[in-house]
Structures are given as C-alpha cells and as structure tokens.
Design a protein around this ligand. Sequence first.
Ligand code: ADP
Ligand code: MG
Length: 454
Amino acid sequence: METDCTSGCWGRVRTELRSTIGADAFKNWIDPVVFDGVEQQTANFTVPTSFIGTWVETTYGDIIKDLFQQQGVKIDALRLVAARQPVPTPNGAGKPAEPVATKPAAGKMISTALDSRFTFDNFVVGPPNELAHAASRRVAEGGAVSFNPLFLYGGVGLGKTHLMHAIAHHLHQTKPESQVLYLSAEQFMHRFVQALRFKDTFSFKEQFRSVDMLLIDDVQFIADKNSTQDEFFHTFNALVDQGKQIVISADRSPGEIEGLEERIRSRLQCGLVVDLHPTDYELRLGILHSKAESQAEHYPGIKIDTKVMEFMAHRISNNIRVLEGALHRLLAHGSLIGREINLDVAQDVLSDILRQSERKVTIEEIQRKVADHYNLRMNDMLSARRARAVARPRQMAMYLSKRLTTKSLPDIGRKFGGRDHTTVMHAVKRIEELKKTDGQIAEDLELLRRMLEA
Ligand code: ADP
Ligand code: MG
C-alpha cells in the first residue's frame, strides 16, 4: 500500500466526499480546507480556523479516512492545523457564517440578520401551509393560548425559514424592545463551540437565556452532537420555564430525527408540532404571481405569459426555491432579449431545471422493485441476513439507490435498516465490479433501472 498521497489523490477523495456529504456541506466545510500531504499515515491539512478543523475532524473524519483507504492510502489520523492568520475569503460566499477567531464582546446581544423579503405579507397561503402560517402568526402576535415550543417541519424549500423570519420581523415591529434571536442550529452549535474555546460558557448561557424569543432553524443539524444537544436542552428548558417563546424548525418531525435524545424529543413534542405539506399547483401558481409582481420593478417591461406561469407551476413541483430560481432566470433572459417570454422560450431556457424536476425515484421504490424481482420480502432489504440470495440483491438495491437518487451514502445506509455508510460504499464497489464480470447481474441491473426510470 502506498504511503504518500499526491494532490491528485486528494482530488479524488474530494470528489467522492462531495457526493457523499452533499454540495452544501462540502462548500461550507471542505472547500476551506487545504491538503498538505500525508506523513506517517497522518493526513495533514491547513484550515482557516480551529473551529472548522474540529468540525471537519469530528463530523467527516471517518468518511475522509475511508475515502483515502479506497484510494489505496491508509490513514490513521487527520491533523488539521489552523492557519495563523485567518485565510482571507474574498466575498465570504459559502464560508461559515463569520470569522470565529474573535471573542464576542461580553454581554452583547448576538443575532443573525433577517432576510427583509421573508415577511408575512410576502407569504402566500394555501391549504398545504395554512396551519403552519396560522400558528406562526399566532406566535408572532402572542395570543392567549401559547404554543410553546412551536415546531415547524417539512421538506426543503417549503417556507420554514421564511415563516421564522416573518415571526421575528413581526415582533421587531410590534415590540421593538423585545429581544428576538434567530439562529440556525449550526450557528447555535458554532457559538457554543466558540464559547467552549474561550472558556466563556457562562456568558453564552446568559445571552441565550436573556432573550424573549428564540428561533432555531434546521434543528436536525444538532442531532448526534451530544454536548451541543445538552446545551440546547438546558437553554430550551430555562427559556420555557421563564415563559419565553421558542420556535424550532426541522426537515422532519421530532419523532423522525435520529440521534435526538429522548428527553429533547418529548419536550419538543409538548408544544405545537405542525408540518408544511408539499405545495399544490394553486399554491405554486400563487407564489409565482406574487414573486413576479415583487420583481417587476427590477425588470421593467418584461412580461411573462400566464401560460408560462401555469406551465412552470405544473412542472416544477418539488421545491419553491427552484421555482423562484426558474422565474429569475426567465426574467433575466427576458431583459436580455427584450421581448415577451412565451412557452417555447421558457421550455428552452429552463430545460435543465425541467429535466431535474422530472419524477424522482425513491429508495423505497428501488427496494420494492428489487425485492419483487428476486422474490424477496421488503423486509429482506432492511434485515441483517447475510445469505447470498438476500445480501446480493440488497447490495444491488444500494447500488441503484446511489446511482438513481441524489441521496448521500449515510442517508442510503439509514434507509437500509440503519447501516453504516461504509457498508453502502462497499456494496456500490462490489456491484460495480460484478457488473463487469457477471452477465446476469449486468442484465438484471439494466432491467431494474429501466423499470424504475419508466
Ligand atoms: P425552507 O426553510 O423550508 O427550506 P424557505 O423558507 O427558505 O424554505 O423557502 C424557500 C424559498 O421559497 C424562499 O425564497 C421563500 O421566500 C419561498 N417561499 C416558500 N414558501 C413560500 C410561500 N408560501 N409564499 C412565498 N414564498 C415562499
Ligand atoms: Mg430553511
């Protein structure tokens, strides 16, 4: 086994890492990391701050080691050394929210900027989100009945962050003296780690406990991070006991967040738990009209045909953020070519988005199809049985999940009875090899793929 690793090898590790952990996490945490080579089975890196170093090591260390191993380079340890000067970041884009090398001024209130567009006025209400909207409004207005905590959950791009900002804006306007703190769970964690570093957890606690309303977005990020969960729980209890309002969002319900401690889970379920359902056609159309209207001043004279709006609301159904992106692209295109955007133009300009929004295969569908094909039960896909007749199809299902969905290896592992990402990685490799040597397997895979994509 070779012991040194040129930058080419790190390049391959990076590529794999991006597909394993997802583009967003990659941009935030791995992009700032500089690879300095391997020495005595230790991979050396320079990182802009020690926070990023600690984060990368604890969160991605094992995956990185495995990926090096796959490149034939055995790594026992990672050494991530903080650059003495913070590495300048030209525009800050994609980097963790703020420089971490400075200690926050004692007692100063911490808060995150709110997006001025995310108000109740700009939120279009329809059956899929009316409950979440009503609950958010109630919390913002502070009615007699308290919903504490308010737990909002739902898929990506359905408006959770928008509603949380709207609550905070409303409170700022109606009660300017109140202390409102909005943070992503990642920022919460970041601040906590920072306080630990500066041995300043006391003022960290004080800052949080002195707020009137605490909003924490994307709380699924603190599952599995035990010390942060502990701190979160204490802060949470202290605030609820003082009658302060808490609003939390996550991409799934408290019951479905893995790695969340039981006491936190049950405490979260004590308040009001509401979900944002996937949007329907009318809601999407309403949102498109509202966004087009609010963009009108930036694109004077550009008109998008109603037919085009309807077409978009029909075809781009998964995520409002994508829908908005599509609208902006059309407007920008319209302002370049200077004429009305009709259906033909729209189809052309949006072809890649439309292709991506086509019906997506799910891991469950893959498991079911593969199980049917081999006369197995669905349960065999999830079980720990190692008999070849079960294990091989299961590996094929993992392989297809990796190829046909955008899920990460850890996500896929979880769907297969809580397996580790290394098991999935192994399965993908194994099937890749077998495809070349075993005609039957190659044929089965091809058939399954076609049925799934049909
Ligand atoms: P989430 O936090 O659930 O992933 P966001 O709140 O960031 O989603 O919403 C994604 C984008 O979609 C934002 O630009 C938001 O303004 C917009 N959006 C979502 N729901 C609505 C809605 N009901 N009305 C208007 N805009 C919406
Ligand atoms: Mg969000």
